[in-house]
Ligand binder design. Structure first.
Ligand code: AMP
Ligand code: ZN
Length: 464
C-alpha cells in the first residue's frame, strides 16, 4: 500500500503530508500558457512537472481532476497591468487577428505537450475568453464586499483590504513602494493593487472586448485563474501549481481576490517549479529569442529525451540549460531505451524492494532524479532477472512518463526489407552457415536493428 504523498508547500514553507479534501480524490490547477507565442522549453518544464504530479496521484490510486487554463486575453506586457495585451502584441507580430493567434499557439501548445507524453485527454483546458461571465461574477462579488474600486482605466482590487496580502510571498510592501517606477499608475490606492477589469480605451476598439457592469472591456489576468479554478474545482481546492515567477504577483493576487470573494481558503497546497534558464539568463517569451521543442527536434533531440533531461533535476532546483548538459542526458536516455527494447518481456514481476524504494523517493516531494538514479542501480543489480527488471522499470514509467513501453512497440514495426533479411538469416542458421548468418546480422545492424537468437528464434530490437 503506498505511503503518504509528501509535497513541498510554498504556503507553509515545508514538506507536508498531502491530505486531500475528499478522500482519494485530488483537484489540481496549473497556470497554463499565454498563447501569444510558442511555449519555450522553460515553460514546458512547468507542464512536465505538473504531469509528474498528476501521474503520481493516479499511480497512488487517486481520482484526479487536473485543469490547465489557456490565457488568451488580459495578460499585459507590463507588470503593473499596463502596456499592451500580450495577445495583441502577438497579433501585430504575426499580422493576424488575436483569435487566430490564440488558436494557432493553443494548437502548437497541445502538440508540444503531447510530444512530451503529457496526454491532453487527461486534462481539462478552459479558455479565459470562454469564462467572461464567471469573471464578471467574481468581480461583482468583490465590488459588493467593498474590495474593488474604479479608476480611469478600470476596476482595481484594493490590496490594503486583505490583511494577509504580503504573507504568501513575504512581500516587502514598503520596499516595493519606494522602488516603484515613475510611470506607475498614480490613480491606484496602493502600489500592489491590480486590475480586475480593464476598460477598453475610448479612442480604440479592441479585438477582444466584452460588455460588463463597468463598461466595455476585458478581464485582468489574475481574475481569470481564480474564476476558472473555482468553477472547475470548487472555492477551496487541493493543489495550485505554476512557475516560481508567479509567487509574488500572480498567485499572491489570486489568493487575495479569491479569499476575499468567498471568505474561504483558496488552495490548500501551492507548488512552484523552478526555472529553466539559458546561459544568458531567464528564458522568456517576451524577448523572442528562445528555444522551442521544435528547435530541439530539428537538432535531432527527441521530446522524450528532453523529458528525461528535465527529470534528472528536482523540480525545485534551477536548470541552467546547455546543449552539452542535454547531450549527457540523451546518451543515458538512449541507453535506457535500448535496454528496454532489447529486453521486452511479459514474464517478469515487479520487484518489491525496488518498488518500495521508488515510491519512497517519488512520494517524497516528487524526487525524479533519485527515481532515475534508482533505475540505473536496478539495471546493474545482478540478483534480479532481466524480466523482473523490465516489469519494474515499466511500472516506474507510469509516473516518469518516458513512454518506455510504447516507444519500443512503435519502433518494432519492421520493414519488408528487414523481414527478408531475417528470413535469409534463419535459413542460413538452419543450414549451419554461421558465416552467412553473421554477415546478415551485421547487415541488419547497419539498418538499425539488433538480432539476438533466443529460445523462440530470432529476436529483433532497435539499435540506437
Ligand atoms: P506563460 O505562458 O508565460 O504565462 O507561462 C506559463 C508557465 O511557464 C507559468 O507557470 C510560468 O511560471 C512558467 N515559466 C515561465 N518561464 C519559465 C522558465 N524559464 N522556466 C520554467 N517555467 C517557466
Ligand atoms: Zn494563473
Amino acid at each position: 500500500m503506498p505511503q503518504d504523498i509528501k509535497l513541498y508547500n510554498t504556503k507553509s514553507k515545508s514538506v507536508d503530508n498531502f491530505i486531500p479534501i475528499i478522500e482519494k480524490e485530488v483537484g489540481i490547477y496549473s497556470c497554463g500558457p499565454t498563447v501569444y507565442h510558442y511555449a519555450h522549453i522553460g515553460n514546458l518544464r512547468s507542464y512536465v512537472f505538473a504531469d509528474i504530479l498528476r501521474r503520481t496521484f493516479v499511480y497512488a490510486g487517486y481520482k484526479v481532476n487536473h485543469i490547465i487554463n489557456i490565457t488568451d486575453v488580459g495578460h499585459m506586457v507590463g507588470d503593473g497591468d499596463d502596456g499592451q495585451d500580450k495577445l495583441e502584441k502577438g497579433a501585430a507580430r504575426e499580422g493576424k487577428n488575436v483569435w487566430e493567434v490564440a488558436k494557432m499557439y493553443t494548437d502548437a501548445f497541445m502538440k508540444d505537450i503531447e510530444a512530451l507524453n503529457i496526454p491532453t485527454s487527461a486534462y481539462t483546458f478552459p479558455r479565459a475568453t470562454d469564462h467572461i461571465r464567471e469573471q464578471i461574477g467574481l468581480i461583482s462579488a468583490l465590488e459588493i464586499e467593498g474590495y474593488a474600486y474604479r479608476i480611469s482605466d478600470g476596476i482595481y482590487f484594493d490590496t490594503s483590504k486583505y490583511k494577509k496580502y504580503a504573507d504568501f510571498a513575504h512581500l516587502d510592501i514598503e520596499g516595493l513602494r519606494s522602488g516603484a517606477r515613475v510611470e506607475e499608475n498614480t490613480e491606484k490606492r496602493n502600489i500592489t493593487d491590480f486590475a480586475l477589469w480593464k476598460l477598453s480605451p475610448a479612442d480604440e476598439e479592441r479585438q477582444m472586448e466584452w460588455d460588463s457592469p463597468w463598461g466595455k472591456g476585458f478581464p485582468g489576468w489574475h481574475i481569470e485563474c481564480s474564476a476558472m479554478s473555482m468553477k472547475y474545482l470548487g472555492e477551496t481546492f487541493d493543489i495550485h501549481t505554476g512557475g516560481i515567477d508567479h509567487i509574488p504577483v500572480h498567485h499572491t493576487n489570486e489568493i487575495a481576490q479569491s479569499e476575499c470573494a468567498t471568505g474561504k481558503t483558496y488552495a490548500n497546497y501551492w507548488m512552484h517549479v523552478n526555472f529553466l534558464n539559458d546561459t544568458t539568463g531567464k528564458m522568456s517569451k517576451s524577448n523572442d529569442d528562445f528555444l522551442t521543442l521544435d528547435v530541439l527536434k530539428e537538432k535531432g533531440y527527441s521530446p522524450l529525451a528532453y523529458r528525461y533531461y528535465l527529470l534528472t533535476t528536482h523540480y525545485k532546483s534551477e536548470i541552467s540549460f546547455s546543449f552539452d548538459g542535454l547531450d549527457g542526458s540523451i546518451h543515458a536516455y538512449n541507453k535506457l531505451t535500448t535496454w528496454c527494447s532489447s529486453n521486452i518481456s511479459s514474464a517478469g514481476k515487479i520487484n518489491n524492494e525496488y518498488k518500495n524504494k521508488f515510491e519512497e523517493v517519488i512520494f517524497n516531494d516528487l524526487n525524479t532524479p533519485q527515481a532515475i538514479a534508482l533505475i540505473w542501480i536496478l539495471l546493474k543489480d545482478e540478483a534480479i532477472s532481466d524480466d523482473d527488471k523490465y516489469s519494474t522499470i515499466i511500472s516506474f514509467d507510469e509516473i516518469l512518463g518516458l513512454n518506455l513501453k510504447n516507444s519500443v512497440k512503435e519502433e518494432l514495426v519492421i520493414s519488408e526489407e528487414i523481414k527478408v533479411l531475417l528470413e535469409a538469416r534463419a535459413l542460413a542458421r538452419t543450414n549451419s552457415n554461421y558465416q552467412e548468418s553473421d554477415r546478415l546480422r551485421d547487415e541488419i545492424l547497419s539498418l538499425g536493428y539488433i538480432v539476438k537468437d533466443g529460445k523462440e528464434g530470432q529476436e529483433i530490437s532497435v539499435s540506437r
